[in-house]
Design a protein around this ligand. Structure first.
Ligand SMILES: CC(C)(COP(=O)(O)OP(=O)(O)OC[C@H]1O[C@@H](n2cnc3c(N)ncnc32)[C@H](O)[C@@H]1OP(=O)(O)O)[C@@H](O)C(=O)NCCC(=O)NCCS
Length: 209
């Protein structure tokens, strides 16, 4: 009976997770996943929006994002929430190092039992290159493959974002294709057109990593 309700609850979450960020703000706040250096908490807390806004306005942080221009032009938290609602269409996980909020991961564009898109934003630059991204990625992918039962997770990034590409390859993603000139990024102090590298990992590949 308990298994039946667990499965039912999972299915309901799966249906909602593809469409409604509000579900995760409100109902998704109970899930906590722990690594050694960091822990993840599902949902975005109201108290962290001012920090996300501050970081989204830092060119060094958002320079390669497909929505870099919009992020840098954000005026207030209401505008930030509108942007987040557009880009984050599935579960979002705040990343904490001890008690410090440093960024978030997310799974979006969920297609039932099939694919979803992974994003990781370590928004506090002090935590780049500290090994926290690997743990946050593994925990989020475990959720995608084991809980949401996805068969493939994809991601995209700018072809100029060498740090991210190297990191994703280390994490087990492989390059799938390049979409040429489809995002505007802020590279070397100027706005330029960049291609998008699409990367992916299947459930079998994740289990092998
Ligand atoms: C991209 C991101 C997740 C990577 O996490 P990280 O903890 O900084 O990554 P790591 O240090 O573990 O790995 C990055 C690798 O790239 C290397 N690297 C760093 N800067 C580099 C550069 N300019 N060119 C090439 N390689 C670079 C590092 O040396 C490291 O390789 P190594 O382990 O062989 O030494 C993190 O920096 C981040 O969230 N940045 C801001 C948001 C963002 O851009 N997210 C990705 C959106 S697609």
């Amino acid at each position: 009976m308990r298994n039946f309700f667990n499965q039912l609850f999972r299915n309901i979450r799966k249906i909602f997770s593809g469409y409604n960020l509000l579900w995760h703000f409100l109902a998704g706040t109970d899930r906590i996943m722990r690594g050694n250096k960091i822990w993840l908490k599902e949902g975005l807390s109201e108290k962290n929006f001012p920090l996300i806004l501050k970081w989204f306005r830092e060119s060094e942080v958002v320079q390669y994002f497909s929505f870099a221009k919009r992020a840098l032009a954000l005026k207030n938290i209401d505008e930030l929430k509108i942007l987040l609602k557009e880009i984050e269409t599935g579960p979002v996980f705040e990343i904490y190092c001890k008690d410090t909020f440093i960024g978030y991961t997310s799974l979006s564009s969920i297609r039932e039992k099939s694919e979803c898109e992974f994003t990781i934003f370590i928004l506090d630059k002090n935590y780049w290159g500290k090994g926290v991204s690997g743990e946050a990625t593994v925990l989020t992918l475990s959720y995608a493959f084991d809980e949401l039962e996805m068969s493939k997770v994809t991601l995209d990034t700018s072809e100029f974002h060498q740090r991210a590409i190297k990191f994703y390859e280390k994490a087990g993603f492989r390059r799938a294709r390049l979409i040429s000139k489809d995002r505007t990024i802020f590279h070397d102090g100027k706005w330029i057109l960049s291609g998008t590298v699409v990367m992916e990992m299947t459930r079998e590949e994740f289990k092998r990593v």
